[in-house]
Design a protein around this ligand. Structure first.
Ligand code: SAM
Length: 276
């Protein structure tokens, strides 16, 4: 049993990890949380009694504290060695189920919140799946640079396709940022905790918006006219001009509302767009 959330220390968490003589696998982004602040920051944003899905159980440290506030925790871990350790760490709790598998492939239950100290190697596909599944709330510790991309404003260096698709479906905020030694072994990067809260989607044809932004953001520093001409020809440029869009703007300057208008005007070209 681990100490209470208010009193647990870095040494408590480190000694649990050491006792299990782990050989972390780099390819699976195995960095285990040792900074109790991260756990407290996450748990404080989980309403009592919620049903929670966790991605990447590790040895079950975060899972343990989630289970103290949630009514139920379903947690997915790909590495069978860690599942066996986590089963031991979590053995006194009757509201936790561990699924051994790839969180990008196994079916997800309906939950109130998804929580993850995200294995960095699956960050983008995990976020895309959260959006597709319409998870109501997600609390994710991710690489700081990716957090900046998710919250990036039009025109900034961080703004891109991931910003558009995420902000179209979720309000995203950065809650805190942590030094590399908050995890053992330490990753090479800082991590940020973000909260994603589902909102009414900004557009009703997400597939089309995804396809159009995928094409345009291949050339984020080019002007829109150049990109449209390169892939779709002058009739697409005309269609976008007729929708009231300034085609001399650079792709990275286009706000979500402009991208929605562009997507609407490019509907006749959608098969062509998807074939590129
Ligand atoms: N939650 C634990 C913690 O905070 O200490 C572990 C976090 S560690 C950054 C990420 C965990 O995700 C590792 O245990 C790793 O084995 C697991 N993992 C990596 N890829 C996965 C995948 N596709 N599906 C499920 N788990 C995965």
């Amino acid at each position: 049993m681990l100490p209470d959330i208010d009193v647990v220390t870095r040494d408590d968490l480190m000694s649990l990890i050491m006792r299990n003589r782990l050989k972390p696998i780099k390819r699976l982004s195995q960095h285990f949380v040792v900074d109790p602040t991260i756990i407290r920051d996450i748990v404080n944003h989980i309403p009592r009694g919620s049903k929670v899905l966790e991605v990447g159980t590790g040895i079950g440290i975060l899972t343990y504290y989630l289970a103290r506030v949630a009514s139920q925790v379903i947690t997915i871990e790909i590495d069978g060695r860690l599942v066996r350790i986590a089963e031991h760490v979590l053995s006194g709790l009757n509201n936790v189920s561990i699924i051994q598998g790839d969180a990008l492939r196994v079916p997800w239950p309906q939950v109130d919140a998804l929580v993850s100290n995200v294995p960095y190697s699956i960050t983008s596909p995990l976020i895309m799946r959260i959006i597709k599944e319409g998870v109501p709330r997600a609390l994710l510790t991710i690489q700081r640079e990716v957090a900046n991309r998710l919250t990036g404003e039009p025109g900034s260096d961080d703004y891109g396709r991931l910003s558009v698709i995420t902000q179209c479906n979720y309000s995203v905020s950065i809650l805190n940022t942590y030094a590399p030694d908050s995890f053992y072994p330490s990753p090479e990067v800082y991590s940020s905790l973000i909260m994603m809260s589902k909102k009414e989607p900004c557009y009703d044809d997400m597939d089309a918006l995804e396809s159009v932004t995928k094409l345009l953001f291949r050339h984020r520093n080019r002007v829109l006219r150049w990109v449209l001409n390169k892939y779709l020809g002058p009739s697409a440029v005309n269609a976008v001009v007729n929708a009231g869009i300034d085609v001399s703007a650079r792709v990275r300057q286009l706000g979500i509302n402009e991208l929605i208008k562009i997507t609407g005007s490019l509907k006749p070209f959608i098969n062509d767009i998807r074939s590129h």
